[in-house]
Design a protein around this ligand. Structure first.
Ligand code: MN
Length: 251
């Protein structure tokens, strides 16, 4: 068995190191991760310049690109055989609800999924790496289960861990994505040269955190596991939009 591991926090991140250590007994591990933090990179690929691939003393491979670049380059140029699984994380912070659209952690896993490889994204909901122990143990359990008993169809799982120590995790729940309020306002500040600059504000509070959502599972102290898909077609609107367009289509 062979697992490709990436993340979006960069190859020096504690969550990546801890995840890799926990998976070592399960499979051969190859790490290809970004050189620096690319949180919020979504599925971006670097097309404006070539990418450098370098080896760290601990064996990790790092790329001066995005999370998607890392997995893409690994699968199309670095690995001599296809991995059995792509995992990403453990991210420093939550990736729930609408966060998943912006997340580089989810994107790294999604890149594997787009190549037809089962993929799992892992995130610890609170920043600061408190309670990494429980997250690591649960990630190990999930990966071991997938390797032993693979899901029958192509799968992209988005996993979030609650911010509690291992023994206080109540278990795992299969969830749907909740929704957030729009982000908080941008934060203005001034440079020493008098220019006004803007920091993107933090994510908003949960708007749909009802029973069955990732937000609810986390709030209750469970590990949240959401199966994702990447087909953005709005199936329910196909008919109404076709009707709306009909005057244009018949000319
Ligand atoms: Mn991140």
């Amino acid at each position: 068995m062979h697992i490709l591991v990436s993340n979006d926090d960069g190859y020096n991140a504690r969550g990546l190191e801890a995840l890799v250590e926990s998976l070592r007994g399960l499979a051969e591990i190859t790490v290809v991760a970004p050189e620096v933090n690319h949180s919020g990179a979504s599925n971006s690929l670097t097309l404006s310049r070539p990418l450098a691939v370098r080896h760290a003393p601990n064996g990790f491979i790092y790329v001066n690109g995005t999370p998607s670049d890392c997995v893409h380059v690994a699968l199309t140029g670095l690995l001599d055989r296809r991995p059995d699984l792509v995992v990403s994380g453990i991210n420093n912070g939550a990736n729930m609800g609408d966060d998943t659209l912006y997340s580089g952690t989810v994107a790294a896993a999604a890149e594997g999924y787009l190549f037809g490889i089962p993929a799992i994204a892992f995130s610890l909901v609170a920043r600061g790496w408190n309670h990494l122990d429980g997250a690591v143990a649960a990630a190990h359990q999930l990966v071991a289960h997938q390797l032993k008993q693979p899901v029958g169809s192509p799968v992209l799982l988005n996993v979030n861990f609650p911010d509690v120590s291992g023994p206080l995790i109540k278990g795992m729940r299969c969830t749907r994505l909740g929704k957030r309020h729009p982000s908080q306002p941008v934060v203005r500040s001034a440079t020493p040269y008098g220019e006004t600059v803007y920091w993107i504000g933090p994510a908003g509070a949960a708007r749909d955190a009802s029973v069955g959502t990732d937000f609810d599972a986390i709030e209750q102290g469970y590990v949240s596991v959401t199966p994702l898909r990447l087909d953005l077609t709005h199936q329910e609107q196909l008919t109404s939009i076709a009707d709306w367009m009909s005057p244009l289509c018949n000319t």
